[in-house]
Design a protein around this ligand. Structure first.
Ligand SMILES: NC(=O)c1ccc[n+]([C@@H]2O[C@H](COP(=O)([O-])OP(=O)(O)OC[C@H]3O[C@@H](n4cnc5c(N)ncnc54)[C@H](OP(=O)(O)O)[C@@H]3O)[C@@H](O)[C@H]2O)c1
Length: 489
């Protein structure tokens, strides 16, 4: 094209693009300083650790689990029986959903959608018998001495509650996919993460945008080949921290297009103009399609030139993703489905697929002693109060065991933790793990919360049930080996 025919280039849009992606640190920084309310609210904080549902979140262990999840950047959803009361216990990052495990109608999609694991700290409420005082030395519950009584029915809470919850969790929990961008629920974070990068960065005049509509993101615009241009795209800012998708096989897009061919580009380095890994996919006019992009089929490219010497894509550190409408295929070849002008690609979700869920999806805080009531090899008098008083407490341990059985048969990846008497002491002691339900002792609620966070990431904790109490010795970081050495159920 001769200089005469060159279309005017929009320098302002060029600067805006660079600035949106914080490539002009000075301007971006100034804008951040002067923009009102520019503080990223905790809710918008980029979290890549998945959504964890905590039930019994208002309890002694539950509260500690929530605090630890937040400090490790997980999204946390909490099932609470009284949402108003719970507001004062948690900061605004916790998504509170009102419900009750004994009422299945309250265990809604809103509670379970997008959850990657559940930590259940629910327990039947136990309180002193009316007229009793905490000083009467009858029953040790870790914090108080008293003659206890159950408030609710253990059969309902520990057994039917588990049945209700696991049935719903099985339906919603996704073991093989990880939802990376859910455009059906547009958030400020998604809005802030994605932005347009068009050929204006190379002198072209194409224009595009990503718009978040009610149930989808719409990548649309106008591609022009003027000024040797011919592409429009939308891209994420660098994800912090980068995503680790090494347990997955590829990326799955749910899209509805216009019959054109698009590119999906993903980067495992943080450079703005570095090497990307690209995959071209065709769309069908107004027909929703699922596009699966195996990591092994991604082509390393620098702009539209292939760079095979860069080797395979590394899914363990994913920095950014991009969707592109372009005239160019690779190495000078042209996109066979390209025509300049308007285009439109609707995107519902971007997921990682092909993951084998190899870590626990459901962690249950049960109790030591659940198999002991009625066991003929034991002298009841030597047993902890909860075992001795099982009948008086509505068969609480018996129903906890039945709840465990429901989980063991659920088909979910689970870990069942059976603590001995819970205390409010600091959790800095080494832990003793046993199987067979003979262990006696105490363990801090702090330590149990720490343990939940650890096993959440450990494949070696799956399909295991074990008792736990504290040793006298300080913790020396041997927990993982100890859990790995336990038998699976
Ligand atoms: N105490 C011990 O020495 C000991 C020993 C071994 C094991 N355990 C077990 O360890 C677990 C955690 O103990 P903890 O001391 O953290 O218990 P906790 O303080 O009594 O907390 C129990 C939690 O369960 C919730 N809950 C009760 N019924 C519910 C229902 N129907 N639906 C939804 N949530 C319900 C409570 O919510 P609300 O706030 O609405 O009441 C509370 O958040 C419990 O299962 C307990 O039985 C205790």
């Amino acid at each position: 094209m001769s200089e005469k025919k060159r279309k005017p280039w929009d320098f302002r849009r060029f600067i805006t693009t660079l600035n949106d992606f914080e490539l002009i640190p000075f301007i971006s920084d100034l804008q951040k300083r002067f923009k009102k309310n520019n503080r990223i609210s905790p809710k918008q904080k980029n979290s890549t650790m998945g959504m964890i549902l905590v039930t019994g979140a208002t309890g002694g262990v539950g509260k500690r689990v929530v605090a630890r999840l937040l400090s490790q950047n997980y999204h946390v959803r909490a099932l609470v029986r009284d949402k108003e009361a719970a507001k004062s216990l948690f900061d605004e990052r916790v998504e509170l959903v009102q419900g009750d495990v004994t009422r299945p109608e309250t265990l809604t999609p809103r509670l379970l959608d997008n959850v990657s694991a559940v930590i259940s700290c629910v327990g039947t409420r136990v309180q002193p018998v009316e007229g009793d005082t905490p000083n009467r030395d009858k029953y040790y519950q870790g914090t108080k001495f008293y003659m206890p009584q159950v408030v609710d029915s253990p059969q309902e809470v520990e057994y039917l509650g588990m049945k209700n919850l696991t049935e719903k969790v099985k339906k919603y929990i996704r073991s093989d996919t990880k939802l990376l961008f859910d455009f059906t629920h547009p958030t400020e974070q998604i809005k802030d993460t994605w932005g347009a990068v068009d050929d204006v960065v190379m002198g072209g005049v194409s224009e595009s945008s990503i718009r978040l509509e009610q149930n989808k993101a719409v990548f649309s615009g106008n591609v022009s080949t003027a000024n040797n241009g011919g592409f429009a795209s939308v891209r994420t800012k660098n994800l912090t921290p980068p995503l680790d998708l090494s347990h997955y096989e590829g990326i799955e897009l749910r899209v509805q297009g216009d019959g054109k061919r698009y590119k999906f580009i993903i980067r495992c380095e943080g450079k703005w103009d570095g090497v990307g890994y690209s995959y071209s996919f065709d769309t069908f006019n107004n027909t929703p399609t699922t596009v699966r992009i195996p990591f092994s089929e991604l082509i390393p490219v620098f702009r539209a030139k292939t760079v095979p010497e860069m080797g395979n894509f590394d899914p363990s550190c994913v920095y950014s993703m991009q969707l592109m409408q372009t005239k160019f295929e690779y190495d000078g070849a042209l996109n066979p489905k390209f025509s300049p002008g308007l285009f439109r690609l609707e995107v519902t979700s971007i997921k990682a697929y092909g993951g084998s869920a190899n870590t626990p999806q459901f962690i249950l805080i049960s109790s030591a002693g659940v198999t002991r009531p009625g066991r003929s090899d034991l002298n009841l008098e030597e047993q902890p109060p909860a075992v001795k008083m099982n009948d008086k407490l509505g068969g609480i341990l018996t129903w906890k065991l039945k709840g465990e059985e429901v989980l063991r048969e659920s088909g979910l990846n689970y870990t069942i933790i059976r603590p001995c008497a819970l205390t409010e002491k600091p959790g800095n002691k080494a832990l003793i793990f046993e199987q067979g339900d003979n262990l006696k002792g105490q363990v801090s609620r702090e330590a149990i919360a720490d343990l939940c966070l650890q096993v959440l990431r450990w494949p070696e904790a799956c399909q295991k049930t074990f008792e736990v109490c504290e040793d006298e010795k300080p913790d020396k970081g041997q927990t993982k080996q100890a859990i790995a050495a336990l038998e699976t159920d």
